[in-house]
Design a protein around this ligand. Structure first.
Ligand code: SF4
Length: 972
């Protein structure tokens, strides 16, 4: 159906609905959502009780919005709170949410399974035996808080700030915990990003100064996705629905995915490249556009930093745009379709078909690469950089149907307190070997600790499970068992996980409907703010109850992180002597601890344009408005902000340098949220960077060092990576040249659309749909190995092997095998630990550096408060393949390069699917090998700093901390 037909059907539906005297409810997204309850009736919504059928029994509900926490998309949910029992009966989509527009994937409604999970952790637990022995005692929150506050205070008193570390998987609110850490003065933020998306981020950041793309899929004519975005990619549901909208309008979809994923089945053109060759293909597409003059000359002329490139790299040539065009033609001439076909194994004619299709898109070309090829391969960041090269050639940047820098389609409000940058630099997370890493080298922590680079006194994980999620999990277990390396480990988690078994404290945290956060993501060309809230708290408050602490409404003693961090901060500095307490103090009631109502009330009142006025129209405070509707749209169609003209009033004593960068003495505007933040922040005389001079006008430009789109990254060139300063092709560590004849590539990165990493282990609806991860293997390859579907195979990596069942399919290339990373969850045979719906019971053997994980039994029916647990019919829950992967840190982006060179052979008779064997000494060897590939700041820094200041970094330390240590500078 095209858009015109859709609109006609919507009008007809409106007329019919209104003719019946009922309210037609289009929702804020202007999409016909008549199936959703009109928001005027959210206080008292009536539905028939399905279980009473065939009798008509009415049930009355209060509908309370929150935000899904089961992936990074932050879709809106609507909790149906039964007014009789005050329990949540179901979750559906929130039609008021501009990103998800009332729609969810299967994981959204499955929040109910998580909330009612009979195996979840309900009370704070403290270890009593050895780490990992499975002995726990229930403790009070007060006891846990006082102990942890005391440890952290002592570390601060003794100037051991860097021994406090917080390691996050799924972040909740943008910046909340970073600010808590800043208040403590510790550089202790550690994230999962370097095992997730940092390579793609690097590719985008080096181009546009911001690390994520925001594709306007809905308005594109041609969409190019690298990986399975329609089913499991970044901003999955919000993007997927817009891609399908564009397809319904006639847009063409190109999908690069080695597997025949669900997304690939929806493509007009499906390309199945050899892993790591994607950048070669994108350069062939770019070369086609360049050689045939099919690019937007005016855009390239105005917005690429070609002048800087010519001046630095070709000083012998006259700096003219025509000269640059000649250089460009030569630069990529080798990337013919024939070359790309050799690298990718894809027919050159199909690659040409892709290029021709792309060339028709003009500025309506949307594209996206996030994990997938960027995360799988060494040099994967060039996949994102070469993909964006095509957008930059077409001028499809911040256009309708093009790709925006994410920050322009996202809104981050100013909080009540902004503590100063921490006065420390933590080399355990930001080592000098990786000066350009996008994020913390989190997955190298066990090796750094074993190397003696430092220790951790108090280590928090939050919605994170490094033993299971990271590569090289046995090395994690080794350091977690060593109290000299990690003094106290605190797992903040709603559910049991493979790392929590080795904790000192396991502290129960809420799921998406049991906690507060605010979210804003680049789901389309608009800015919106979503509010996650404990729905029972909001429901009780609607009934007139006063709730002071979210534990009053959550099951057991489940808390939320935000209240926990505020309380912990309060206790670290009870009298304010450390200067920390003031960042957790109420402004309304001095001397008392800040509460979440005041915290969010302040933000919604003072920092969200238009929200107070909109709330007032309904007689609500901004906080009441957000508690009632869960989301607010701040603006639509942000457009090409880089073209925004800088006003004369911002150009006091302005100076322009030789590349057109303009610096001013005017102070920064108070709320620069939607204008790009310039990166080169001052000239030699202290003026602030304000924009670039383009054809005689000062325009905002991009937040890069040049103020333009950086075809040429002087940063890369200056920091030792000169050969990769322009978008180029880097042969992957699993390139055919790097493989032995008996090796093949294992793709280990793909997601299953209905699983959620660690937290879905007891989401029963999801588990029933997907509970195992067989090895995708092509029939020809399977015949060589001598296996058929269901047979066990051994997959050998550099450090060990895993045993998995084969799934013989033509949906994978013959030279590649694939296995989803979502499965293989396990628990030890300890009473009360683990989740029984998706975790197998295993034994761990350990001798020296040799580790074995043996499956003792799979899942089975069991008796619990939920009768469905007696109906579990699946036993095989797959294999934890990540345990057998050594670390592969990309020397530029710092990203773990997930793809593996493996040998696949028939399993031995004693092998059981799920079995693992690993030698962690071999992991050490691989770690040391990859460390050799780096170009450290010590020898490559052009200016005596550890890292370019302009690059993004969560929790930036104070600027003076960027200087390399004195002894290093003296050695240089
Ligand atoms: S895409 Fe699915 S899991 Fe992700 S936030 Fe939306 S509903 Fe939740």
């Amino acid at each position: 159906m095209n858009l015109k037909d859709l609109n006609e059907r919507v009008s007809a539906a409106r007329k019919e609905t209104e003719a019946r005297g009922e309210t037609f409810y289009p929702g804020p997204s202007r999409v016909h959502l008549a199936a959703f309850p009109p928001r005027e009736r959210w206080d008292d919504w009536v539905e028939l009780e399905s279980k009473a059928w065939p009798e008509r029994v009415e049930r009355r509900y209060m509908l309370v919005p929150t935000t899904c926490f089961n992936c990074e998309s932050a879709c809106g949910l609507l909790a149906y709170v039964d007014k009789e029992t005050f329990g949540v009966r179901k979750f559906e989509g929130n039609p008021e949410h501009p990103g998800s527009r009332g729609r969810n994937c299967a994981k959204g409604p499955a929040t109910l399974n998580q909330v009612t999970d009979p195996d979840r952790i309900l009370y704070p637990l403290k270890r009593t035996g050895r780490r990992g022995e499975g002995k726990w005692v229930q403790v009070s929150w007060d006891e846990a808080l006082d102990d942890l506050a005391g440890r952290i205070r002592k570390a601060i008193d003794e100037d051991r700030h860097n021994e406090v570390m917080y390691h996050v998987g799924r972040p909740g609110e943008d910046g909340f915990t970073e600010r808590i850490l800043a208040a403590w003065g510790v550089d202790g933020h550690n994230s999962h990003t370097n095992i997730c998306s940092s390579s793609a981020r690097a590719g985008y950041q080096f181009w546009m100064g911001l690390d994520r793309p925001s594709p306007d899929h809905a308005n594109a004519d041609v969409i190019l996705l690298i990986s399975a975005h329609l089913e499991a990619g970044h901003y999955f549901n919000p993007h997927a629905q817009r891609v399908m909208e564009a397809k319904a309008r006639g847009a063409k979809l190109i999908v690069f995915d080695t597997r025949l994923s669900h997304t690939a089945t929806h493509a007009d053109v499906w390309v199945s490249p050899y892993p790591g060759s994607e950048a070669a293909i994108m350069l062939a597409v770019a070369n086609y556009l360049i050689q045939h003059n099919l690019y937007d000359r005016e855009f390239v002329h105005r917005w690429w930093n070609w002048e800087e490139y010519m001046a630095v790299e070709h000083p012998e040539l006259e700096t003219s745009f025509e000269g640059f065009e000649e250089v460009l033609k030569n630069l990529y001439a080798e990337f013919t379709f024939a070359y790309a076909a050799r690298e990718s194994g894809v027919d050159a004619r199909q690659l040409e078909e892709v290029a021709v299709l792309v060339s028709t898109a003009g500025t309506r070309f949307s594209s996206h690469n996030w994990r997938s090829a960027a995360a799988g391969n060494s040099g994967g960041w060039q996949v994102a950089r070469t993909l964006f090269l095509v957008n930059a050639l077409l001028g499809a940047v911040a256009t309708e149907g093009g790709v925006f820098p994410n920050a322009w389609n996202k809104f981050v409000p100013k909080p009540i307190y902004t503590p100063p940058h921490p006065p420390r630099w933590n080399e355990l997370t930001w080592p000098r070997e990786y000066p350009l890493a996008m994020n913390e080298l989190s997955f190298l922590l066990p090796h750094f600790l074993k190397d003696g680079r430092g220790k951790v006194d108090t280590y928090f994980t939050r919605v994170y499970n490094p033993v299971w999620t990271n590569p090289d999990g046995f090395s994690w277990i080794e350091v977690l068992q060593d109290e000299n390396l990690i003094g106290c480990y605190v797992a903040l988690t709603p559910t049991w996980n493979e790392t929590a078994y080795f904790a000192d404290y396991v502290l129960p945290m809420g799921h998406g409907s049991e906690r507060h956060d605010i979210h804003s993501y680049e789901t389309h060309d608009a800015q919106w703010l979503g509010f996650r809230q404990p729905v029972l708290r909001a429901a009780r408050e609607r009934m007139g109850d006063q709730i002071k602490d979210t534990r009053e409404v959550n099951p057991g003693e489940v808390w939320e992180e935000n209240e926990f961090w505020l309380e912990l901060t309060w206790r670290i500095d009870p009298d304010g002597a450390l200067g920390i307490r003031k960042f957790a103090e109420s402004q309304e009631r001095p001397g008392e601890r800040l509460g979440v109502d005041e915290y969010y009330g302040y933000i919604f009142q003072h920092s969200v344009p238009g929200l107070p006025e909109r709330a007032a129209e309904e007689g609500l405070t901004p906080l009441q408005y957000m508690r009632r509707y869960g989301a607010f749209e701040i603006g639509r169609k942000t457009g090409a902000l880089y073209e925004q003209e800088v006003g004369e009033d911002e150009l006091e004593d302005a100076r322009t340098d030789r590349f057109g960068r303009v610096y001013t003495r005017t102070a920064k505007p108070a709320s620069p949220n939607i204008v790009p933040v310039p990166a080169p922040d001052a000239d030699a005389e202290g003026r602030r960077f304000v924009g670039v001079n383009v054809d005689g006008k000062v325009l905002r430009g991009f937040p890069t060092p040049s103020g333009r789109l950086e075809f040429y990254s002087k940063t890369l060139a200056d920091w030792g990576w000169h050969e990769y300063a322009v978008p180029f092709y880097i042969k992957s560590h699993v390139h055919q040249d790097n493989l032995n004849p008996d090796q093949t590539v294992l793709i280990s990165t793909f997601r299953l659309p209905v699983q959620i990493h660690t937290r879905s282990a007891n989401a029963k609806w999801l588990d029933e749909i997907a509970h195992t991860n067989p090895l995708w293997i092509h029939p020809r390859h399977a015949a060589q190995v001598g296996v058929k579907t269901g047979d066990a195979v051994r997959v050998e990596t550099e450090t060990g092997y895993f045993v998995v069942r084969a799934w013989v399919t033509e949906g994978i290339r013959p030279d590649v095998v694939a296995c989803s990373h979502h499965m293989g969850r396990w628990k030890l045979a300890h009473e009360g630990e683990g989740q029984r719906q998706l975790m197998q019971t295993v034994s761990l053997d350990h001798k020296g550096s040799e580790w074995g994980l043996r499956r003792e039994r799979g899942t089975a029916p069991y008796t619990s408060a939920d009768p469905d647990t007696t109906r579990i019919w699946w036993a095989d829950v797959g294999v934890h393949q990540n345990l057998t992967f050594p670390v592969h840190p990309d020397p530029v982006s710092g990203m773990h390069c997930w793809h593996q060179a493996v040998r696949v052979r028939k399993a031995e008779t004693s092998d059981r699917p799920g079995d693992i064997h690993v030698d962690t000494e071999k992991s050490r060897t691989v770690y040391r090998t990859w460390l050799q590939f780096t170009r450290p700041a010590d020898t490559n820094s052009p200016d005596g700093t550890r890292r370019p200041y302009w690059l993004l970094r969560p929790l930036k330390p104070a600027r003076e901390l960027y200087k390399l240590p004195e002894e290093v500078i003296n050695r240089q």
